[in-house]
Design a protein. Structure first.
Length: 70
């Protein structure tokens, strides 16, 4: 793969990730799936969205495998 093509796809991926980060607060289930860990105490809140991370990882892996076949 030549450098130009690599830089193009890197740029496209940055744009997609940026758009996802902008839209993430508007996705209702993001961070609230069963298995996501949330600890709330007075003056303290800790959230570890492990199930959401696994779901995003699976989706990105499937997309990467689809693009790798091309």
């Amino acid at each position: 793969m030549n450098l130009g093509r690599l830089l193009f796809w890197l740029g496209v991926s940055f744009v997609v990730v940026g758009l996802l980060l902008q839209l993430a607060p508007q996705i209702p289930f993001l961070g609230k799936l069963p298995g996501d860990i949330t600890i709330e105490r007075p003056g303290f809140r800790f959230t570890f969205p492990i199930t959401t991370c696994i779901l995003i990882s699976v989706v990105l892996s499937l997309l990467a495998s689809l693009f790798a076949r091309r």
